[in-house]
Design a protein around this ligand. Structure first.
Ligand SMILES: N=c1c2ncn([C@@H]3O[C@H](COP(=O)(O)OP(=O)(O)OP(=O)(O)O)[C@@H](O)[C@H]3O)c2ncn1[C@@H]1O[C@H](COP(=O)(O)O)[C@@H](O)[C@H]1O
Length: 106
């Protein structure tokens, strides 16, 4: 199941915090610190925007994957995982964005 894949990847990324940067892209990025991870997220988001503007469906999937991967690296850097995001999604499940916005101004 794809949700298992996300959890497996989360575990791998958490392990990469102590891995050798010579053999791991994730360890390399984490060793550079949060600014380097955030820079990659920014770059990947820009690439996703371009893919979206072009309407290239294959590239939208490709760039979305890059964004998701780098967001997961950031989560792992801070000792978080995709499960934390899934829990927040679960909390929001069924709450209309329109209603949620109204409740903020009430
Ligand atoms: N899903 C991914 C994944 N997606 C993208 N990338 C890497 O993200 C990098 C950035 O993508 P770019 O397109 O910007 O490529 P680039 O120009 O080479 O990047 P820069 O040199 O500019 O940083 C590339 O090196 C990709 O290979 C990934 N690297 C790893 N994973 C997963 O993470 C696991 C751990 O990877 P390592 O930490 O490398 O062992 C792997 O087994 C995979 O499951």
């Amino acid at each position: 199941m794809n949700i298992d894949l996300l959890h497996r990847l989360s575990e791998t990324l958490a392990e990469r915090r102590n891995a050798d940067p010579q053999t791991s892209y994730t360890a390399q990025l984490m060793a550079k610190g949060p600014d380097a991870i955030l820079k990659k997220i920014g770059e990947e988001c820009a690439e996703l925007i371009m893919a979206g503007k072009e309407g290239d469906r294959l590239n939208v999937v490709w760039e979305s994957t890059d964004v998701l991967f780098h967001v997961m690296v950031l989560l792992a850097f801070y000792g978080l995982s995709i499960e934390d995001v899934l829990q927040e999604l679960r909390r929001r499940e069924g709450i209309s964005g329109v209603d949620e916005k109204k409740s903020r101004s009430a």
